[in-house]
Write a protein that binds this ligand. Structure first.
Ligand code: PEP
Ligand code: MN
Length: 353
């Protein structure tokens, strides 16, 4: 159920409707749009008794939503969601292409600071790097944990980057929410519903990666889990899916971008690194991602990929990343996107390394 408020409805009228929804035992989700506010209703087992709501002052229309996902749907909010980061001009889902880059994992302060310096100089606004690594083998590098988050937070201060890093369970999610600017939920956890609910109660935007065998509906339902708990700042990420193809690590499903754009107002970014698995394919896939209309890219960059503790083969050298950013400008312009101009990196930040 969805309540569309009148264009001229007052804030008090919207609040009164939300209060009435609560009295009926449901949860209201007011999502302001460009011209009017929509109020999604969740928590109802069957049809909501619409009559009393449709008669309230300021209510334009009460609409039954037939799709299983409600809050993520374009029916709920026609305009694109633009995720904002307080204190920073960066956005995801606006005109500016969001560029996130950094190593797969945080390995040491020196390693992360070198990578942060390189990606900041190239024009990335977001620094990626896992402090908690979900690995196929229990014997592989698992990440530095909270120490990794401290290093990421220090790099954010030094280079003015926003930090995006993965949470893998309840404990790490609480820590990531505290240290980072964006909480990554990895492909392996896309259907960890308890974790999704927790991310829905966190204070930071969520980067939700598509599971490696997840359909579009399943991805949208995972986003619905986060939003249903009250966190409306969700960014989807296509990172490649499992197919019979063996020339790449995964198959980048670019066609999900226009499909997502049709069904939901949420932004979607592309991860060409985990899709390709090899660095020589990252540039062409990035170009395709921008061309198809993705809202940004998340790319692995490492200064010494041969000695990386995870995903070295798919990590770009800093020079390749900076060439890539130059290379993307033309395509970005063609599809009506702007790109952030790299700012000089403070000398003190480099010394601090
Ligand atoms: C990662 O971003 O390093 C990662 C583990 O990604 P995914 O969850 O897409 O495999
Ligand atoms: Mn990785």
């Amino acid at each position: 159920m969805l309540i569309l408020m009148d264009v001229n409805a007052t804030g008090e009228q919207t609040q009164a409707v939300c209060k009435r929804v609560e009295e009926l035992g449901y949860r209201p989700h007011p999502l302001p749009g460009a011209t009017r506010c929509a109020i999604g209703i969740t928590g109802n087992k069957g049809a909501v008794e619409a009559d009393s709501l449709s008669q309230m002052p300021g209510v334009a229309e009460v609409i039954a939503v037939s799709k299983p996902y409600k809050l993520v749907s374009r029916d709920m909010k026609a305009e694109d969601t633009v995720v904002q980061f307080p204190g920073s001009g960066a956005t995801v889902g606006g005109t500016e292409l969001a560029l996130m880059a950094g190593p797969c994992g945080v390995e040491s302060r020196d390693q992360l600071f070198r990578a942060a310096e390189a990606v900041a100089k190239a024009g990335a606004r977001f620094l990626r790097g896992g402090a908690f690594k979900p690995r196929t083998s229990p014997y592989a590098f698992q990440g530095l944990g909270e120490e990794g988050l401290e290093i990421l937070a220090a790099a954010r201060e030094a280079f003015g980057l926003l930090v995006v890093t993965e949470a893998i369970d309840h404990e790490s999610l609480a820590l990531v929410d505290q240290y980072a600017d964006m909480i990554q939920i990895g492909a392996r956890n896309m259907q960890n519903f308890a974790l999704l609910k927790l991310a829905g109660r966190a204070s930071k935007p969520v980067l939700l990666k598509r599971g490696m065998a997840a359909t579009l509906d399943e991805l949208l339902m995972a986003a619905e889990y986060v939003m249903s708990e009250g966190n409306y700042n969700v960014v989807l990420c296509e990172r490649g899916i499992r197919t019979f193809t063996d020339h790449t690590r995964n198959t980048l499903d670019l066609s999900i971008v226009p499909a997502v754009k049709k069904l939901t107002h949420l932004p979607i970014i592309i991860d060409p690194s985990h899709a390709a698995g090899k660095r020589d394919k990252v540039l062409p896939l990035s170009r395709a991602g921008v061309a198809v209309g993705a809202d940004g890219l998340i790319v692995e960059v490492h200064c010494d990929p041969d000695h990386a503790l995870s995903d070295g083969a798919q990590s770009l050298y800093p020079d390749q990343f900076s060439d890539m950013v130059h290379n993307l400008r033309g395509i970005a312009q063609l599809v009506g996107r702007t790109m952030y101009e790299a700012q000089p990196v403070p000398a003190a930040a480099v010394v601090a390394r």
